[in-house]
Design a protein around this ligand. Structure first.
Ligand code: GLN
Length: 445
């Protein structure tokens, strides 16, 4: 093309085609110079990545799916984003979610639903449905989501891709909009297990800006994914715990267990902690933490402010009432109630004790080097045209919340189909043993 001097501006003051071409060529040359410099070739060099819109990316809208933050732009990068950039990845953009990560469908953000690339009449599952759809549709090879109670694993299962929720503390939460701080972890999604491993290895590791992050050596998870290896023993659940699955999902799960057995794993069955208690404990604790975390959105410091109020309390109340969606308001009310005097010991205390017992049960499944194998969802992704109340989705989290309550890592692995739609299973390991999950997933896939 013509590399001559830029032509004068066009009639309406816009740069001419020649000027724009010149500009594009200069940018390309600058990129080319950077590409040729060995300093900028990190392990993720050139990898396009999408991140969930509750992870701060400097300069991009950071809405957490809430109308309250519709116009908010992040003034800084989350630690995970800084680390991705340092490794050479390209942040392609942010992706849709349920408001503040509260949901299992990706239909509850102010931007509306994300469609499942496998069948666009259906939900992706949530709350990291945007990242999962971006990966499953082939727009990006990998994405970051967050997993408070299942939010990377459920959409991964519904979209037919891999995802990992790491051990609590493995990845920094700095720059993540907090939902329930004792559960929130950044997770990764990808179509390829080794890419998933590379991304997790790059974002993991202690961070002085997150006191709950842990500084311990980060293994090379991509190398673990390249060494297929099954554990000697798989612990899973019996028929009683599988009754809630629809028939095709039960068959698909039995087939997955059968594949582990044929590959030589010893299969042991246990009963899950009472699912009603697990779901209740998770939602009570998550809502209690959310009510505290979301108090920062007061219409003064961040986000939407309802103008013309007479006093500070009415500014708070009206801004929050207008800005938050129904489900978020419900959870704040529930959380505030269980933390208030008179309820705190009876409800919050009981939920904390239930969490302790559930954690002990989950950890006991790992005796003798076993991994725990569970379904991810009870049923296939529903049609967008058949919405259900948010509360009806809570029980669907009964399997994924166990890793969240116990703080252990869990990987979502594609395991064939049910009713013509993707089916996924999850494997859980003791804390800090994500490498075993990568190797087992590689052997299974
Ligand atoms: N569905 C669960 C909830 O709504 C989990 C969501 C998540 O992991 N962010 O709390």
């Amino acid at each position: 093309s013509d590399n001559g001097p830029p032509a004068a501006s066009g009639a309406r003051g816009e740069p001419s085609l020649a000027a724009r071409t010149e500009d594009a060529l200069e940018r390309a040359a600058a990129i080319n110079r950077r590409v040729q410099s060995p300093d900028c070739r990190g392990p993720l060099f050139g990898l396009p990545v999408a991140v969930k819109d509750n992870i701060a990316v400097r300069g991009l809208p950071s809405t957490s799916g809430s109308a309250l933050l519709r116009d908010y732009r992040a003034p800084y990068d989350a630690t995970v984003v800084t680390r991705l950039r340092q490794a050479g990845a390209i942040i392609l953009g942010t992706a849709n979610l349920d408001e503040f990560g509260m949901g299992s469908s990706t239909t509850r953000g102010f931007r509306g639903p994300t469609r499942n690339p496998v069948d666009p009449t259906r939900i992706t599952g949530g709350s990291s449905g945007g990242p999962a759809a971006a990966v499953a549709a082939g727009a990006v090879p990998a994405a970051l989501g967050t997993d408070t109670g299942g939010s990377v694993r459920q959409p991964a299962a519904h979209c037919g891709i891999f995802a990992i929720r790491p051990t609590y503390g493995r990845v920094s939460r700095y720059g993540i909009t907090a939902y329930a701080s004792s559960f929130d972890q950044v997770g990764c999604l990808a179509t390829d297990l080794r890419v998933l491993g590379h991304v997790l290895s790059q974002i993991a590791g202690g961070d002085p800006r997150d006191a709950t992050s842990v500084s311990r050596k980060v293994p090379d998870f991509a190398a673990a994914a390249a060494r297929p290896e099954l554990p000697r023993r798989i612990v899973t659940v019996g028929d009683a715990d599988l009754e809630v699955l629809d028939a095709p999902s039960q068959r698909a799960f039995h087939a997955a267990v059968g594949r582990f057995e044929e590959a030589g794993c010893e299969i042991r069955r246990i009963g899950l902690p009472n699912p009603e208690s697990s779901v209740a404990a998770y939602y009570l604790l998550a809502c209690a933490e959310a009510s505290s975390n979301l108090s920062r959105f007061d219409g003064i410091r961040y986000g939407h402010r309802r103008a013309g109020q007479e006093s500070l309390p009415t500014t708070f109340r009206e801004s929050r009432t207008q800005g938050f969606g129904t489900e978020v308001r419900r959870r704040i009310l529930l959380g505030t109630t269980v933390l208030s005097r008179g309820y705190r010991d009876a409800i919050y205390g009981a939920a904390t004790e239930a969490r302790r017992q559930i954690t002990a049960r989950v950890l006991s499944a790992f005796d003798h080097g076993a991994l725990l194998l569970l379904p991810i969802t009870k049923v296939p992704p529903r049609h967008l045209a058949d919405p259900v109340p948010a509360t009806a989705d809570y029980d669907g989290d009964r399997f994924t919340i166990l890793a969240a309550l116990a703080g252990v890592p869990a990987i979502a692995v594609p395991a064939g189909e049910r009713s013509g739609l993707p089916f996924g299973v999850e494997l859980m390991a003791p804390p800090w043993n994500e490498a075993a999950l990568f190797s087992a997933a590689a052997a299974f896939s």
